[in-house]
Design a protein around this ligand. Structure first.
Ligand SMILES: [Fe+2]
Ligand SMILES: [Fe+2]
Length: 384
């Protein structure tokens, strides 16, 4: 029995499920050890899923059909819907990108000793880092949506998936445009995020693509977008995030609707593998927000990575971020039958079980769909 992961594979192996460890070992070697996301400007990931054709075109999933109708109705054009002429100035304190108290920098002595302008530059860089990870996640979501659309077995799912492909393409467009035109800086992909994207793109099982992208990455992205939207005082970014959030709420609902019944009917050992896989991905996602790329640039010369991690993890920023992120993910895992009594203590050890019965953070109030808990959001989306 596998008891611990080689340290080179970072946090992997906590679930002690040898099958899941083997599934994730390749992606972890490429992402965490070889750092392939940073080594090249491009990456090739072989796909192993089956493209599923259906010549009967039977429409037998009414919930997915309603989501498809909602998605067609709510399309928007990234080039014209947003006020791109807005001037973004990272040094304008009345329109701060991310106010100081929302970031983990204020508690660092070496940050506090900097002149005001240098501090503003670092805040802008950390905002760019966060938005860059959103951008890279969106590229992963675009390709995952393509794969899911091919592999899913229901025609209603395929039709809905076609709208998500367009949605994710639009998200890549607007995040990249904001970074390139307004902030002028794009950071490389974080190693943990690369590992997760590699794991779900290269796995042949269609449901793991749903689970990894629609439930986990998108569920967390929804929380992250909401936190940033609530914190920023920059009007263009606020509006951009509002548009993206309404799309993402649909995507998470797609994942939950698609997997709820499927996992309920799965043989116990298969369901257990998915549960352990989701737990390993949760650990990677939890470590995704340590901003190591920003640390390398600004703080590696004056503090160790361990000291940096400790500072970020105990900051108010990290606490708020994690609250918002996992508040949606944990209840959704429960709804798709991946939070059994067997795995609960593992999430408890990470401090994540407190969110089991939670509702989304009240900070997300301005967005209609996020005012309610995931079940209510889904009901609203399906009531088209
Ligand atoms: Fe997206
Ligand atoms: Fe999405």
């Amino acid at each position: 029995m596998l008891t611990t992961a080689p340290s080179a594979l970072g946090p992997l192996g906590r679930s002690r499920n040898p099958r899941v460890f083997l599934d994730l070992a390749g992606p972890a070697v490429r992402g965490l050890l070889l750092k392939k996301g940073k080594r090249d400007r491009t990456a090739q990931m072989p796909a192993h899923h089956q493209a599923h054709f259906d010549w009967d075109y039977e429409r037998n999933r009414p919930e997915l059909a309603k989501l498809y109708d909602a998605a067609k109705r709510d399309q928007w054009d990234g080039a014209t819907a947003l006020p791109w002429s807005t001037e973004v100035d990272p040094f304008d304190e009345s329109r701060e990108l991310m106010p100081e108290h929302t970031l983990p920098l204020a508690e660092l002595p070496s940050y506090r000793s900097l002149p005001r302008r240098r501090q503003a530059e670092q805040r802008a860089d950390l905002t760019s880092w966060l938005l860059s990870q959103f951008l890279h996640g969106e590229q992963g979501a675009l390709f995952a949506a393509c794969q899911v659309t091919e592999a899913v077995q229901w025609m209603d799912g395929k039709l809905y998936g076609s709208t998500q492909v367009v949605d994710e393409g639009r998200h890549v467009e607007v995040f990249h445009r904001y970074l390139a035109e307004k902030l002028g800086k794009v950071y490389p992909i974080n190693d943990n995020l690369y590992t997760i994207i590699d794991a779900l793109m290269t796995d042949g099982r269609w449901d793991l693509k749903f689970l990894g992208m629609q439930i986990m990455i998108e569920g967390l992205a929804l929380g992250a977008f909401g936190t940033m939207r609530q914190s920023t005082r920059e009007p263009l970014l606020k509006e951009l995030l509002q548009y993206v959030i309404t799309d993402e709420a649909r995507h998470v609902t797609f994942g939950v609707v698609a997997l709820r019944d499927y996992y309920a009917a799965l043989p116990e050992h298969e369901r257990r593998d998915r549960e352990d896989w989701a737990y390993e991905i949760s650990v990677l996602l939890r470590n995704r927000f340590l901003a190591h790329e920003f640390y390398e640039e600004h703080y590696a010369h004056c503090m160790s990575r361990r000291e940096w991690n400790a500072a970020v993890l105990r900051s108010e920023f990290m606490g708020r971020f994690r609250n918002t992120l996992f508040r949606r993910l944990i209840p959704n895992l429960k709804r798709i039958h991946l939070l059994s009594d067997r795995i609960r203590p593992h999430y408890g050890a990470l401090g994540l079980l407190v969110y089991e019965h939670d509702k989304p953070a009240s900070e997300l109030r301005p967005i209609d769909l996020l005012e309610c808990d995931p079940a209510e959001a889904e009901a609203k989306l399906l009531r088209v």
